[in-house]
Design a protein around this ligand. Structure first.
Ligand code: AMP
Length: 251
């Protein structure tokens, strides 16, 4: 059984994101980039399935600029067997990524596709769902546990107020939630080994996919700066402020 894992190169989660002064984009100059954290969880889950003997091959796929090769090398160092870069420029919209992944699925015929539940740069939470729709595959989003049982995929999802467990026919699409696993640290020997693993590059045109943007971003803005705090003398003064200044309590 082959697993395809989608990995996106994003601004590292520790970086404080800044907007360019003209509001046209996020400033990416000299910013540390890393694999999207939910995608690390996706790679970890795929590699664990391979280590458990359930899966025979893990293919990591990224859509982006040539710099995404670095992210794919990290996936290879974590244990993926092969990588594929769909070289498509810096910013590809979720629908275009879903179409590219669908085209890769048509070529590679994976039994399972694992994506992150969302990319922490655009927070779209769309790509997995769009891919499942385009490929007409069953989907389980926000997975917190996953196992393959007798040809079916059993996925536990975190939902409001509890857990939901689904059984899906394979092939299927899964998106990862935070508690699915804790990704391993990448060791130096595995980084060295990853350099020798295959990493292919194709273009959207090779896959017959039009990735022209469909959305226009009008403006980016940083959140309003937080005002300074004040110390109140007693509870009565606090309640007065909550009622009459913040207006979050009814009087
Ligand atoms: P999003 O819908 O943008 O929040 O992304 C959800 C998930 O789709 C991510 O966690 C990735 O697994 C996958 N994904 C999104 N964009 C890309 C990309 N450019 N290359 C590879 N995978 C992607």
């Amino acid at each position: 059984m082959k697993v395809l894992v989608a990995v996106k190169r994003v601004v590292d989660f520790n970086v404080k994101v800044r907007v360019k002064s003209d509001g046209s984009a996020v400033d990416l100059a000299s910013v540390k980039m890393s694999m999207n954290p939910f995608d690390e969880i996706a790679v970890e889950e795929a590699v664990r399935l391979r280590e458990a003997g359930v899966v025979s091959e893990v293919l990591a796929v990224s859509c982006g600029s040539a710099a995404s090769q670095e992210t794919l090398r990290t996936a290879l160092a974590m244990g993926a067997d092969r990588a594929l870069l769909v070289e498509s420029g810096d910013s590809v919209e979720p629908l275009a990524v879903a179409k590219l992944l669908k085209a890769v699925c048509d070529r590679e015929q994976p039994q399972l596709v694992i994506l992150g539940k969302q990319a922490i740069d655009d927070d779209c939470n769309q790509t997995g769902q769009m891919l499942a729709a385009l490929a007409d595959l069953p989907q389980a989003t926000f997975a917190s546990a996953l196992k393959v049982e007798g040809g079916a995929l059993v996925v536990t999802r975190e939902i409001d107020g509890g857990l939901e467990t689904l059984s899906l026919d394979l092939p299927a699409v899964v998106t990862t939630d935070l508690r699915l696993n804790e990704p391993r640290y990448v060791t130096l020997p595995s980084i060295m080994k990853a350099k020798k693993k295959p990493l292919d590059v194709v273009t959207p045109a090779d896959l017959g996919v039009d990735i022209s943007p469909r959305l226009t971003t009008l403006h980016y803005a940083e959140p309003a700066r937080r005002g300074g705090g004040v110390r109140v003398p007693d509870v009565a003064a606090l309640i007065d402020k909550l009622k009459n200044e913040a207006k979050v309590l009814e009087g």
